[in-house]
Ligand binder design. Structure first.
Ligand SMILES: Nc1ncnc2c1ncn2[C@@H]1O[C@H](COP(=O)(O)OP(=O)(O)OP(=O)(O)O)[C@@H](O)[C@H]1O
Ligand SMILES: [Mg+2]
Length: 483
């Protein structure tokens, strides 16, 4: 038996006639929103409420039957026989709610509505907002995922206090701090340069270039763009700071310039080397001829020897230049990188070229095959190992590690030397840059190696913390699996 409004009308309307009550019932049944009337211990659901909750006819409605929970799924503390609207009746005030419930047919719903005390009872009006809630929930999740995945650093601060509300992982990485440690901080932020703390970097719509300092003192030059997020009334509620790491862009620009330079130098080198080779050949030939004629031990003989040594040094340089330029000259075929590394290390060991340092190698299990020239790859390794050894004149360990990945193979040569000073680091790949002029360095080792690596479609990069050794990594794309 359905509870009709007739039974509760006296409470609601203060002595209304049954006729008015019947009218009220038909009005409520025509209302689109769900309405639950509570009078004393009688509970009545209008048509919309019964439809939304799939309430069977004649059910004695108890709150626990629909298992109300918070949006997070926390159940409310309820007795099995609790009637709806009890709080409103007890406190004489109502309020809005958004909760999860389980309909009688098992559907999970999100209801949005309000409870109001009415006379000695209460009225609950609600709507089914399940779809809408899921959509906005999905929106929030999408935005959160986007925020987390964004490679650009973003922080969100309170527009008034400038207190950080949240920052994304890219921001945490940029300033090298955890997100949790930053939430709640107010300016001046610990990553600001002390000399710049006076400046306001929070004027919406501005772009400022400045320097962020990490906890270990390493600086990062960045560009900060500030955007305002307004609330519904159009007032600034949040400030969005979007930070671009300029160091990265500058590094890439430098690399571009570098490889452009290298390409141009390669062409030049080939031309120059041939021009030098012919007269050099004549000089060396004639010197040898004169050496035979000169009295051994005489001054003339000594000077001729000096000419010969110098000439041979020039020949070495020319050879290196030609190697550098001859990137495409040698035929390419499929090469097993581990074999090349093994051969090269054996060669170094046999010729005792590792003088005074220990050589340790590790290989990956896979069989990394690249398309290239084994001799040129060997040359890279020889250059890297030579540099590593030269960085450790008092001995140490040179590690050569081969790592295989799905589409690339990486060979890392690392040493325990002093590493590369920051002011030197940007120049080490430049042709003829050397800090070993006194001991006969040509400064071509790394530039030739980089040239070869790039001609193989690969890269040669360095990681070095000053004072803690250097690690050079050659990364080559593996040959397609058709072979
Ligand atoms: N493992 C390393 N540790 C420290 N510094 C290094 C290391 N490898 C290279 N460098 C620096 O880079 C510079 C350039 O290296 P590169 O191999 O191009 O020339 P070089 O070794 O000086 O001369 P060459 O290779 O012609 O004998 C070196 O002079 C050195 O300052
Ligand atoms: Mg070298």
């Amino acid at each position: 038996v359905r509870h009709t409004l007739t039974t509760i009308a006296p409470t609601l309307g203060g002595g209304a006639l049954p006729l008015a009550a019947v009218q009220l019932e038909s009005v409520l049944d025509g209302v689109h929103d769900g309405v639950i009337l509570r009078a004393g211990d009688r509970v009545t659901l209008n048509a919309a409420a019964r439809r939304i909750l799939a309430a069977p006819d004649g059910i004695e409605f108890r709150v626990a039957l629909v298992n109300p929970r918070t949006l997070d799924g926390e159940p409310f503390a309820l007795g099995a026989n609790d009637l709806p609207g009890q709080d409103a009746i007890d406190n004489g005030t109502g309020g809005r709610f958004r909760i999860r419930v389980t309909a009688f047919d098992g559907r999970e719903l999100v209801l949005d509505g309000s409870v109001s005390p009415a006379g000695a009872g209460a009225v609950i009006v609600f709507r089914d907002v399940t779809d809408e809630h899921e959509r906005s929930e999905l929106n929030v999740r999408t935005l959160n995922a986007l925020f987390a995945a964004l490679p650009i650093a973003v922080s969100v601060a309170d527009a008034e206090t400038r207190e950080i509300r949240v920052a994304n992982p890219a921001f945490a990485k940029l300033v090298d701090r955890s997100i949790e440690s930053m939430v709640g901080l107010r300016p001046p932020f610990p990553w600001w340069l002390e000399s710049e703390t006076g400046e306001d970097r929070f004027t919406p719509g501005t772009r400022t270039e400045c320097v962020f300092v990490r906890p270990d003192g390493r600086p990062r030059s960045v560009e900060v763009r500030v955007q305002e997020v307004r609330d519904e009334r159009g007032e600034a509620a949040l400030l969005l700071a979007v930070i671009t790491d300029l160091s990265e862009g500058r590094r890439m620009q430098q690399q571009l310039v570098q490889s452009g330079k290298l390409a141009a130098i390669g062409e030049l080198a080939a031309g120059v080397a041939h021009e030098i080779n012919n007269p050099l050949f004549a000089i060396l030939g004639l010197t040898e001829f004169l050496l035979k004629e000169a009295e051994p031990g005489s001054r003339a003989h000594q000077r001729l020897e000096l000419i010969q040594t110098t000439g041979l040094e020039i020949k070495e340089i020319v050879r290196a230049l030609l190697d550098f330029a001859r990137e495409n000259a040698e035929e390419r075929h499929e090469v097993h990188v581990t074999d090349v590394v093994r051969d090269t290390i054996n060669l170094i060991r046999r010729t005792n070229a590792h003088k005074g340092v220990e050589l340790v190698e590790t290989y990956c299990d896979g069989d990394a095959v690249v398309y290239g020239s084994p001799n040129q790859l060997k040359q890279i390794l020889l250059n890297l190992v030579a540099n590593a050894r030269q960085a450790m004149p008092h001995g140490g360990t040179v590690r050569v590690d081969v790592h295989c990945h799905d589409d690339s193979v990486m060979v890392t040569v690392s040493d325990e030397g002093p590493g590369i000073p920051v002011d030197v680091a940007p120049r080490i790949f430049a042709p003829f840059f050397t800090t070993k002029r006194a001991t006969g360095g040509t400064g071509l080792g790394l530039s030739v190696s980089l040239g070869i690596a790039e001609a193989h479609g690969g890269t040669l990069t360095v990681a070095s913390e000053h004072g803690d050794g250097a690690a050079f990594t050659l990364c080559l794309p593996t040959a397609g699996d058709d072979g």
